[in-house]
Design a protein around this ligand. Sequence first.
Ligand code: ADP
Ligand code: MG
Length: 252
Amino acid sequence: MTRVIAVASGKGGTGKTVITANLGVCLAEMGKDVILIDIDLAMANLEIVLGMEGMPTTLQDVLAGEAKVEDAIYTGPGGVKVIPAGLSFDRLKSADPDLIKDVVAQLLDKTEFVFLDCPSGLSRISLVGLESAEELMLVVNPDISSVTDALKTKIVAEKLKTKLLGIVINRWTKSGFEMDRKEIERVLGGEILAVIPEDPEVKKSVSFGQPVVLRSPECPASKAIRELAKKIAGIEVEKKEKKKGIFGFLRR
Ligand SMILES: Nc1ncnc2c1ncn2[C@@H]1O[C@H](COP(=O)(O)OP(=O)(O)O)[C@@H](O)[C@H]1O
Ligand SMILES: [Mg+2]
């Protein structure tokens, strides 16, 4: 069975892409078969974080109906498989976001995990991403605007019958002005899967195009992401409920 997990937030810049990339590398290193898909078509950067930019066939080509899904899958660091979004503005215009559902459907039972690195906000692409997934992992920063935006995403996901797997709190600084773990758990009504600290090694790794879990495996952020990977690998998921279509949801 393939677990399809949407990594989403609400607010931008909470760390979805960094966490998707590094989580994927950790799971692949644990021997899991993982495909990461960058569905943030307008602000694609998963390929940059993984040092994989410039691949000849990308999700943009698949969504434009000009390439097959299997031609856009590349093996990245640690053995994680990646479908990059592509960085061409011209190509973006002909991409049909609704085809993301078909892309995911074609990967079912061919891998253990599919992670969708979603855009921020609740654009049409985000809705298609949430609709295509069975599980939602919310990435929040410990501040009120990040958490309230994530709550909106959770509510929409639930209407689409996508169940909350849990919450990752990223960029924790212990400054004393942050929302605490319990408050975040209460507002979002889900389990905190990990608390990842603010860590300068993350920024450095991004600028070098290398996953932090490989570049600085012993830094605090890497340790927290490895624990998150173990937790996700160990979670049993319930059999999926029948999902209603996105068009029904939009109409409602
Ligand atoms: N735990 C962290 N510690 C320090 N910097 C971080 C951390 N997580 C993310 N960042 C920084 O935030 C930037 C934005 O993260 P990104 O994953 O691209 O956000 P999103 O995909 O949610 O828009 C990264 O490029 C990185 O510099
Ligand atoms: Mg991103």
